[in-house]
Each structure stands twice: as C-alpha cells, then as structure tokens.
Design a protein around this ligand. Structure first.
Ligand code: APR
Ligand code: PHB
Length: 399
C-alpha cells in the first residue's frame, strides 16, 4: 500500500477508482507521460478478487497490448470464434470471424486484467493508493478541482487540473457535478443473475446463452478447469437458497438440448446474486470533471459490454490528455462525451436486446415469449440477423 507521504498533493489527472477504467487510464497516461494519481477506497486484495466479467473485445485487447499490459493475457487467455444460442431444445452457433470479417473475442477475467495493471503500475512506482476513500470533489466548476480523501487515518487533498470519475455506479465524482447539468436514463430489470464459479472443466468449448421457460442460463468459463455459470433468478434472491445441487439441476434443465447434452458438475467455489440495470448519464463531462466506465454507464451483463465500454472510454480520454500535453489542444477533450456516448448507446441497445430476447420475465405474456422465439429463429435462419448480433458482440469500431 502506498505510503501517504509519497502521494503528491497535486497532479494533472486525479483518477478516482482502481477498477478496469481507472487502472487502464492510469497506465495509458503513465505511458504517455501525463502525470496522474489513482485513489482507490478498497484494499488491493479486494479489488483483485472482485468477480466480474470475462470477455474482451479486440479494442480492449489492443489497448492492453499498447501499454504493455497484455503479456499474461496473450499467454493465458482463451480466444473464441463464436458463441452458441440455445432455445426450445435447439442450438445455433454464431460464427464471429465468418460474420464480421475476422473478429473474435478473448476470454480473460476482469480480475486478471486488474491484477496485471496494478502490478505494472506499482512496479513503475506510479502513484496508486489503496484504502484511500474519496469523500468529495470540490471546485467542480473551477479549473482546479480538488479531491478530498482519507488515507491511513489522515484527511488529504489532491489538487488536479482534471478529475476523472472511474469510481463506478455508486461513486462520488458524478455527485460533484451539479445535478441540473446531468441527464440520466435508466431501466432496472425484473430479474437478476446468480453467478457461480465451479472447479470443473467447462462442458462447452465456447459460451452458451440459453433461453428457456424456466429462465435464462449462461455457460461461460475462466480456464480449461474453471467454469463460470449464471442463472436468471428473481430480484432479491439469497444465494444461500441455492445449494450446489439445485444450481446444477437448474442449469441442466435450462441448457438442455433435444438430442441430449450433459453438463459436467463440480464443487462450486463462489456464489453471488447480481442485479441488472441499464443506465446512462449524459454528458460524461462537466468542465474539468470527466466520467468513465461504470461511473457514466451501466449495462446488463448479457452482452458482455461493461468492461469493454470502460476500456473504450479511457482509450478516448488518454488520447485527449496526450494531445493536450503535446499541443495544448483541448479539441479531443471537448469531444470526449459525444465521442463516447455514440458507442455507449449502441452497447446499451445491444445489451438490452440480448437481455430482453433471452430472459423470461416472470410476468411476460405468451405473446412476448413467441416474439422471443421468433427473434431467435430469425437469427438462426438469416445471415444478416446473425451478423448484426456477431458485429455487436465482437465489438464495433465506433469512435
Ligand atoms: N473513493 C475511491 N474509490 C472508490 C470510491 C471512492 N469514493 N467509490 C468507488 N471506488 C472504487 C471502487 O472500489 C472500485 O474499485 O472505484 C472502482 C470502480 O470500479 P468498477 O466498479 O469496476 O468500475 P469500472 O472501472 O468502470 O469498470 C467497469 O467493472 O463493475 C464492472 O461490470 C462492470 O465490467 C464492468 C467494469
Ligand atoms: C463471464 O464470463 O463472466 C461472462 C461472459 C459473458 C457474458 C457475461 C459474463 O455475457
């Protein structure tokens, strides 16, 4: 943990949050010679073990490679050329390269991305403080915003040229922006995901997304020996109500195929219920305060977009700060919010589409269910419909 004495009292870019957005931004800025400080409220161990997503798009992999943070990813990740959709006892594979002109995705847990970025930043001596809880940002409407935080029992301040809120949906930086300056768009879904990790080899080479009358199921993975699986459950569900046997039985039922299919079982090592929401805050900038990642937008995980959106935001932001340092131009910074929001809304739509097509809302009508089945049949029978899903899933070049 960085000692408070070594933390500067002023910097060019103050970054709140050491999730993927804050850490990748800090790494990109460090490599571009733009000084920055990262303040993270939790300890390193917590941040590194927080189970989140696991699918990286080409753009995210490119960004990690560009700042020397992809060596282990390139050694250990699984490269996938498709996903499988299942419904009504049927299966249909979406072939990413064939439908997108060569795109694919990488399976590499967010926990590993975070570990790799933290290790590199600490090895380079970049200012990254854990257990540094930011309480507020003052001067949001000035050209010298100040981050107020507590670290090692002491109240501290960090004077910045810019503050970037990478502090997630519940962070404090967004709250430093006058609320009348912001517009929020939100949808909360009437179901959640029960996510589990299991010490068992995945029963499919690629991810399987299943629509079923009993609810959605997803078979994903972390490695050739660790499975990551999800079940749609009602909001407020208690993981304690889901013993291992019940989880495996339900996954079997929802992933079933007419021709038969078996799901390998093993010890479940973690369980958590994840609520689902779509949310966008506009604009993503107010003066010297900028928002990136979950601090600005949330997607339901069905489209595997959350981490990739965060990475895409900070790639745009790092380029903007590098241009400011090199030429004094604020053109890219001034365009940051509009540049990101076009991509964000595309990902919001895709994530909503995947969620509402594949999940069975307990209150939905039989008519709604038939529409879902018709959409899935359309994807299986039309190259155009399949390509639309493949292009969005594997990542679009927007901005
Ligand atoms: N002070 C300091 N740090 C804070 C504060 C605060 N007041 N509030 C929140 N944080 C930290 C959190 O502890 C967390 O480590 O900000 C970080 C935000 O990280 P994420 O929530 O992971 O958000 P982001 O970096 O945008 O990454 C988005 O993470 O949540 C997943 O599904 C999401 O995959 C997506 C990705
Ligand atoms: C995961 O592996 O955690 C994962 C994969 C695909 C998704 C969501 C989560 O859509």
């Amino acid at each position: 943990m960085t000692d408070t004495a070594t933390l500067p009292e002023r910097t060019t870019v103050g970054i709140v949050g050491a999730g993927p957005a804050g850490l990748l931004l800090a790494r990109l800025l460090h490599r571009a010679g733009v000084d920055c400080v990262v303040l993270e409220s939790r300890d390193r161990a917590y941040v590194e073990q927080r189970q989140r997503a696991g699918i990286l798009e080409q753009g995210t992999v490119d960004a990690l490679r560009s700042c020397g943070a992809a060596d282990r990813l390139d050694r250990e990740s699984l490269v996938h050329d498709g996903v499988e959709l299942r419904w009504d006892g049927r299966a249909h594979r979406i072939d990413f390269p064939a439908l997108t002109g060569g795109r694919r995705v990488w399976v590499y847990a967010q926990t590993e991305v975070v570990k790799d970025l933290i290790a590199l930043q600490l090895a380079d001596g970049a200012p990254l403080a854990f257990e540094a809880e930011v309480s507020r940002v003052s001067g949001a409407d000035t050209d010298r915003p100040v981050v107020h935080y507590r670290h090692l029992g002491r109240e501290r301040t960090l004077a910045c040229d810019y503050v970037v809120g990478c502090d997630g949906f519940h962070g404090v930086v967004r709250r430093a922006i006058p609320q009348q300056e912001l517009r929020s768009y939100e949808r909360v879904y009437p179901y959640s995901w029960l996510g589990v990790l299991a010490d068992v080899a995945p029963s499919s080479e690629e991810l399987v997304y299943a629509h079923s009358p009993r609810g959605f199921a997803l078979l994903s993975m972390r490695s050739p020996t660790v499975s990551r699986l999800y079940l749609q459950v009602p909001n407020g569900e208690d993981p304690a109500d889901w013993p291992d046997g019940r989880i495996w039985d339900e996954l079997d039922a929802r992933l079933a195929l007419d021709g038969g299919w078996s799901l390998k079982r093993g010890p479940i090592t973690s369980k958590a219920v994840l609520p689902m929401r779509s949310h966008v805050t506009e604009p993503m900038r107010f003066g010297r305060i900028l928002l990136a990642g979950d601090a600005a937008h949330i997607v339901p995980p069905t489209g595997a977009k959350g981490l990739n959106l965060a990475a895409a935001d900070v790639v745009v932001l790092a380029r903007a700060f590098a241009a400011l340092r090199a030429s004094g131009s604020t053109d890219l910074l001034d365009a940051y919010s509009d540049t990101c929001l076009r991509r964000v809304w595309r990902a919001e739509h895709f994530s909503w589409f995947m969620t509402t097509t594949l999940h069975t809302d307990p209150e939905q009508s039989a008519f709604r269910t038939r529409l879902q089945l018709s959409q899935l049949d359309r994807i299986a029978s039309s190259r155009h419909a399949a390509a639309e899903l493949a292009e969005n899933y594997a990542g679009l070049d927007i901005g």
